[in-house]
Design a protein around this ligand. Structure first.
Ligand SMILES: [Zn+2]
Length: 86
């Protein structure tokens, strides 16, 4: 089996990202590695929802955030929310 990776622009220009090469197919496919966890409301964890709500509520109430200025608390809460999504 061979594998070649290329990009095609809207104009039809082809750019080879990785030239054609022989590859050995895997015997067992790890499906969990293929896609990140679903983030739809039905499947995302409670922790993600809660952390997101805390972040959004802060940005709605904080004077610094409402003024559009950099806010250390918002940055911290946003980071905490991102951590829950991993
Ligand atoms: Zn803030």
């Amino acid at each position: 089996m061979t594998l070649k990776v290329y990009e095609v622009t809207r104009e039809g220009t082809v750019r080879v990202v990785r030239p054609e090469a022989e590859v050995v197919p895997v015997a067992v496919v790890d499906h969990t590695a293929a896609f990140p966890d679903c983030q739809c409301p039905q499947h995302r964890s409670e922790g993600t929802d809660a952390a997101y709500r805390v972040f959004v509520e802060h940005t709605a109430r904080c004077a610094t955030c409402r003024a559009g200025a950099p806010c250390a608390t918002a940055a911290h809460l946003c980071r905490a929310w991102r951590e829950t999504r991993r």
